[in-house]
Design a protein around this ligand. Structure first.
Ligand code: PNS
Length: 197
């Protein structure tokens, strides 16, 4: 699957920058800000998406012109949900939270994450960091991704209220019949806690 978006479609999401109405000094600032306009990729397993993920997605959407949330299979993890289902739960969560319209959700299974970034013209990867453990896990990937194609990784801190939330904990609590509502968007808790045959 190729990343479908053409650059002409991408620009339609960018916020307006009326440079011409600014003073020369502010025009320069606006030009610099314009030059920094970026597509950011927020990748992950999202199995399932948590409130911590959603918080980082929202922060990324406020920071960048366009955000692509990309669901990627992590061969090091045993999956609970099919990738298409994870995508639809993220879409539903974003719609329910009424997040900005500059977010698209997709999946990538054609190789390296940086190939997706190149395909859509994204120069930044955003990852949420909850602790030093996350820094240790993410740093090698960030450096390799930059070595491969020059894409930078930006670490964002989620709301501390979500600092201990992880998809694996959510899967475990749900599997043992616990209440996951405090940790995940409504659509996810509804699905995980729906009665099964
Ligand atoms: O939520 P996760 O499981 O921590 O996300 C990790 C993920 C899927 C983003 C990472 O494993 C990844 O980027 N996989 C795609 C394959 C790839 O590009 N591997 C090289 C990374 S340096």
């Amino acid at each position: 699957m190729k990343a479908q978006k053409r650059s002409s479609e991408r620009t339609s999401h960018c916020r307006d920058s009326p440079h011409s109405e600014l003073s020369p000094g502010n025009q320069r600032t606006a030009t610099i800000v314009g030059a920094m306009s970026r597509i950011a990729v927020v990748p992950g397993s999202f199995d399932p998406v948590t409130l911590g993920h959603l918080d980082v997605i929202e922060r990324a959407a406020k920071t960048f012109d366009e955000v692509h949330v990309v669901v990627v299979h992590n061969p090091g993890k045993t999956a609970l949900l099919p990738i298409a289902h994870r995508v639809s739960l993220i879409e539903q969560s974003i719609a329910d939270a009424r997040l900005d319209g500059n977010i698209r959700v997709t999946s990538w299974s054609m190789g390296l994450l940086v190939d997706y970034c190149t395909e859509v013209g994204a120069s930044v990867i955003v990852k949420g960091i909850r602790s030093q453990v996350d820094v240790a896990y993410e740093t090698p990937m960030a450096i390799v991704n930059r070595d491969l194609v020059g894409v930078e990784t930006i670490f964002m801190l989620p709301n501390p209220a979500h600092a201990y939330v992880s998809s694996s904990l959510v899967r475990q609590v749900a599997a043992l019949g616990g209440d996951v509502a405090p940790y995940v968007p409504r659509s996810v808790s509804d699905f995980l806690q729906a009665p099964r045959d």
